[in-house]
Ligand binder design. Structure first.
Ligand SMILES: [Fe+2]
Length: 449
């Protein structure tokens, strides 16, 4: 049974079981077009074989059962070793770059493990669904699984790209022209998730919904007046940077970025290929001349590349507070750029749209902000200049989940075409290292006023 977003996100005990079934089923829908050989290959150190994701997300729920179900017996010590990602607290584990070096557990064994954990979890949930602690742990496990659904899309793209038979739906054709920058007034701004002064009762009810600990607490920050691009930077914009010798000129790059450009011979975003006719972009839908994709947001760029482009353009990247204010504040705070309603396929390009691709600029006029910024939710995660550090007043709600990554990473905002609708929020803080670009990352620029 399909539940509405509102029903699923409310903390109703009756729906947690349906929520569990829905999320677990979608993971298997994503991998369904894979052939058995595809599940075990690791094409780069930063990606994981699909078999690992479907086992690891089950391992996560097995740790819940271990901690909360009296008499629960571990399925297999070998599986605990193979499917633990990075949790020191759960013992020894295989190193990430070696996840593709083993053919066992087999895919069949991994699916059997997954089914076993599901049976145990459903029995457990049936008996403990009124237990707040259990419900919030299971909710975390489902949010974790949705994160891995997005990672599966990145990893399958790296593994197979256009050889993967993705269930792609046609892109909408109606677009509106989007250009220029929105001017946003500065002053004190409540950044982050949770109750704060001046909120309506309706907003306070929303703040009881799920958010990660790293989005809390809401706190005031001071912003100068600033301007932010109404549109994401496009392939067309980025092609100008390349044609102007952007990748050959040290002056646009951070020192660390320039090192990577030279070490890895970067000349374009990941998935761009040069041939005699010019630059081509490889996507799930095939190999296309970039000249047919000029109006689409550039994606698979690192923080280094986004920053170099911004400097070349005479602009800069926004901070996460600037991004969040532009995305969900006009006269008062709202949950999303368009208002308080959760995303649907007319407002943002998220996983449920099934485009398996970015959408042209101006494809989602219903999702724009009152100030005219488009596609802030969906399409690409947007790089910000902000370091991924705890907000003032941060309290860790789960060991080793978010808090141990608070160093040397940058915050990205807004979700991508691979993010499930139920998973995204305007306050959501994603984070990656400055050189990473296998995820769906893009950007828009800002400038001082
Ligand atoms: Fe994980």
């Amino acid at each position: 049974m399909a539940l509405s977003a509102r029903e699923l996100t409310q903390n109703k005990s009756s729906s947690i079981i349906d929520f569990y079934k829905n999320v677990r089923a979608r993971t298997m829908e994503i991998v369904a077009p894979l052939e058995i050989e595809d599940y075990v290959i690791q094409t780069a150190e930063f990606m994981s074989p699909p078999r690992w994701h479907i086992g690891h997300t089950s391992w996560f729920f097995e740790t819940v059962l271990q901690a909360h179900k009296p008499g629960f017996r571990v399925y297999s010590d070998d599986f605990l070793f193979y499917f633990n990602s990075y949790y020191e607290g759960f013992g020894a584990r295989i190193e990430r770059p070696k996840r593709g070096t083993k053919s066992r557990p087999t895919v069949r064994e991994t699916v059997a493990y997954r089914n076993h954990i599901d049976e145990e979890m459903l029995k457990f949930l049936d008996s403990r669904q009124d237990d707040d602690q259990v419900r919030s742990l299971v909710r975390l496990g489902l949010e974790h699984e949705m994160q891995h659904q997005e990672l599966l899309v990145y990893d399958i793209k790296h593994l197979l790209c256009d050889q993967f038979d993705a269930p792609v739906k046609p892109m909408p054709t109606r677009t509106v022209k989007v250009e220029g920058m929105a001017e946003i007034e500065g002053g004190l701004f409540w950044l982050g998730f949770g109750p704060h002064e001046g909120e309506s009762a309706n907003k306070l009810a929303h703040s009881k919904e799920f958010a990660f600990d790293n989005e809390k607490p809401a706190h005031q920050v001071f912003l100068q007046d600033f301007a932010i691009d109404k549109a994401l930077v496009t392939n067309g914009d980025y092609l100008e940077f390349i044609r102007d010798g952007g990748y050959e000129n040290f002056r646009w790059w951070f020192s660390e970025g320039w090192e990577v450009v030279n070490r890895d011979h970067w000349r374009a975003p990941l998935y761009w290929e040069s041939n005699e006719g010019g630059w081509m972009v490889r996507e799930f839908s095939g190999l296309h001349p970039v000249t047919e994709k000029l109006q689409e947001p550039v994606s698979h760029v690192s923080y280094f590349e986004a920053s170099a482009f911004a400097k070349w353009k005479g602009k800069r990247l926004p901070t996460e507070a600037e991004w969040e204010k532009a995305a969900c504040y006009s006269e008062h705070t709202q949950d999303f750029p368009w208002g308080d309603e959760r995303p649907d396929i007319a407002k943002a390009n998220l996983f449920e749209n099934s485009y398996w691709s970015v959408a042209p600029i101006g494809s989602f006029p219903e999702g724009s902000t009152p100030s005219g910024c488009h596609q802030m939710i969906g399409d690409v995660w947007e790089w910000t200049t902000s370091d991924y550090v705890p907000y003032p007043g941060f309290k860790s709600e789960f060991d080793e989940y978010n808090d141990k990554w608070f160093v040397n990473q940058k915050v990205l905002r807004g979700g991508s075409y691979a993010t499930p609708q139920l998973h995204i929020r305007s306050t959501y803080r994603n984070f990656f290292h400055a050189h990473e670009r296998w995820m769906t990352s893009g950007f828009r620029c800002a400038k001082d006023l």
